[in-house]
Design a protein around this ligand. Structure first.
Ligand code: CTP
Length: 319
């Protein structure tokens, strides 16, 4: 499937058909992308029938109390207790309440970002969303640094911070959290069992060190609602990835949405190898068997939306 998508992506779209572009180049120039405001509004309205990003982005203090029992969304037989710390970190009002942005960037973690020089362009957006506490410091030229919202799957603590086995890793996580100053830290704490301790460690660190982040913990209904929306649109995903979740949420409060770092394929359009993540050595096989995601399928859907002008997907260099 991957190859077909790669080849398909270089085929000219409607905007390419002007003679202008054919005259001066021997291969089709990248399509001239134009935002489709009407379609964007239609998508926002349709998604609102399934979920409301303003509400579903986080459970609020008023709806839970310490000691409450929660069944995990994907492991319904397993439960967790709402701890004092978790309760303390629940927002009182939605961090997105009444928010509207002219343009938003959603930064996925594909290695396609390396050597993209997209940093400045990404940072110029009004609202920048990043995934899974991906590092920015050493990569600013390609990924930028502005961060208004960053997600953190509990598994990140294991994968990127060695489950905080010693003070060095603890310190590393602390540094990363401190660097977020004031942005929204979005932690899917109620999705799958197994992340309980990791979420608790992070909550504890935030409180103990007075870290300046606005924590958010997505609602119990969010994932099924997002999946429902895409299924209705014939995108048969098993479980939406963080990237697709962020796009779906962003339609609510962003007028124009720009995606970077979405490229779930081991080779780029010129057949050069592409790392799975821009910042680590995780391999591609990782997604195929073990993960419930269907990234190439999601990508295909996003590509279609790009061609229709509902979002802009950047998979090459900026400028
Ligand atoms: N992504 C992509 N191509 C890649 C890697 C990531 O399109 N080669 C996008 C996906 O939408 C992904 C997002 O970037 O959800 C963030 O990447 P990552 O942190 O790797 O997410 P996952 O490991 O897929 O974890 P999750 O279960 O949160 O989706």
């Amino acid at each position: 499937g991957a190859e077909m998508v790669i080849n398909g992506s270089s085929s000219p779209t409607v905007a390419d058909r002007s003679n202008e572009s054919i005259k001066h180049h021997d291969r089709p120039v990248p399509s001239k992308w134009r935002h489709n405001q009407t379609l964007s509004l239609k998508i926002r309205k349709h998604i609102l029938k399934f979920l409301d990003a303003e509400k579903d982005i986080s459970v609020l203090k008023g709806t839970l109390k310490p000691g409450d029992i929660i069944h995990y969304v994907f492991d319904r037989d397993s439960t967790m207790n709402v701890s004092q710390n978790l309760y303390a970190l629940l927002p009182r009002t939605s961090p997105l309440k009444g928010k509207h942005f002219r343009t938003c960037a959603i930064v996925g973690n594909s290695g396609i970002l390396l050597n993209s020089s997209c940093g400045q362009e990404i940072d110029a957006h009004s609202f920048v969303i990043r995934c899974n506490l991906a590092p920015v410091q050493e990569y600013t030229r390609d990924v930028g640094s502005k961060t208004d919202l960053v997600t953190m799957n509990p598994s990140v603590i294991q994968r990127a911070f060695e489950d905080l086995v010693n003070d060095t890793w603890r310190e590393k996580l602390l540094q990363r959290l401190h660097s977020l100053n004031g942005s929204i830290l979005w932690i899917p704490a109620f999705m799958a069992k197994g992340g309980k301790e990791r979420v608790e460690w992070v909550n504890e660190l935030i409180l103990k060190h007075h870290i300046n982040v606005r924590t958010a913990y997505p609602s119990l209904r969010l994932l099924h609602a997002v999946r429902g929306y895409w299924l209705t649109n014939k995108v048969y995903i098993k479980r939406p990835t963080t990237g697709l979740l962020m796009y779906t949420l962003a339609t609510r409060f962003c007028n124009r949405i720009y995606l970077y770092g979405f490229w779930p394929f081991p080779r780029d359009q010129d057949q050069n190898p592409v790392k799975y993540h821009y910042y680590d050595s995780l391999k591609y096989g990782y997604t195929s068997q073990t993960s419930p995601h269907t990234m190439p399928l999601e990508f295909k859907a996003l590509k279609t939306l790009h061609q229709q002008g509902a979002l802009k997907l950047t998979v090459g260099q900026c400028e």
